[in-house]
Design a protein around this ligand. Structure first.
Ligand code: C5P
Length: 222
């Protein structure tokens, strides 16, 4: 069987990682969360008191960082030089600063280079913002996931409750909308649907329905 590469893009909290993980599991493919790599760099920048606006300093940091994504069951651990930062990179402090880090051209070039290397062998489901447009322009299947801001904030809120902490839906909606704006309006490879991507609006779909739709698209390409 052919080992496909699958690109899943879309705005913040659209359910990309949830569906990507399930699709990867069902095909025994590798799931690669590219947002985690930008989050890891942001985490390291904050810890080292580096300015997210300073591309040179970020690049110096990035060159000293090995970012490893380790599959663990259907989840994924994120390591920086062997240190487990899986939980630490999900705080709202990181979410609010990551777009400033990810807008730099040199940062993106280095991340894309690493991501292309990870995807070289095929059999991957990769999620992010620029996978279909820049990282894997030749991907076998390209999906662009959408959902209303309200629905995404509600889902993130419920996810937070399950993880044991309170959050405000309004605040989440603001954060999500702000991050989408920054990611869509940046100059270098902005968040954008690839021309040949299949758009799926998940607002009124279940996770299972979205997963099935993507698996159908994959089966057509096998
Ligand atoms: O997917 P996630 O929400 O974890 O991504 C965090 C941030 O990383 C995004 O808001 C965006 O700024 C950046 N990102 C990116 N390109 C990707 C994946 C993520 O610019 N392929």
């Amino acid at each position: 069987n052919k080992r496909l590469s699958v690109a899943i893009d879309g705005p913040a909290a659209a359910g990309k990682s949830t569906v990507a993980k399930q699709v990867a599991r069902d095909f025994s493919y590798v799931y690669i969360d590219t947002g985690a790599m930008y989050r890891a760099l942001t985490f390291k920048a904050i810890r080292n008191k580096k300015d997210p606006e300073n591309e040179g300093e970020l690049m110096e940091l990035l060159h000293s960082m090995e970012i490893t994504l380790v599959p663990e069951g259907s989840n994924q651990l994120v390591l920086i030089n062997g240190e487990n930062v899986t939980e630490e990179i999900r705080t709202s402090e990181i979410s609010n600063q990551v777009s400033a880090v990810s807008m730099h051209r040199l940062v993106r070039e280095e991340m894309v280079r690493r991501q292309q290397k990870m995807a070289e062998a095929g059999g991957v489901v990769m999620d992010g913002r620029d996978i279909g447009t820049h990282v894997l322009p030749e991907a076998d299947v390209k999906v662009f996931l959408l959902a209303s801001v309200e629905e995404r904030a509600k889902r993130r809120h419920e996810e937070n409750l399950l993880r044991g902490y309170e959050s405000s839906i309004d605040l989440l909606a603001n954060e999500i909308a702000r991050r989408d704006k920054l990611d869509s309006e940046r100059e270098v490879s902005p968040l954008k649907k690839a021309e040949d991507a299949v758009e799926i609006d998940t607002t009124s779909l279940s996770i299972g329905e979205v997963v099935d739709r993507i698996k159908e698209l994959m089966i057509e390409r096998l």
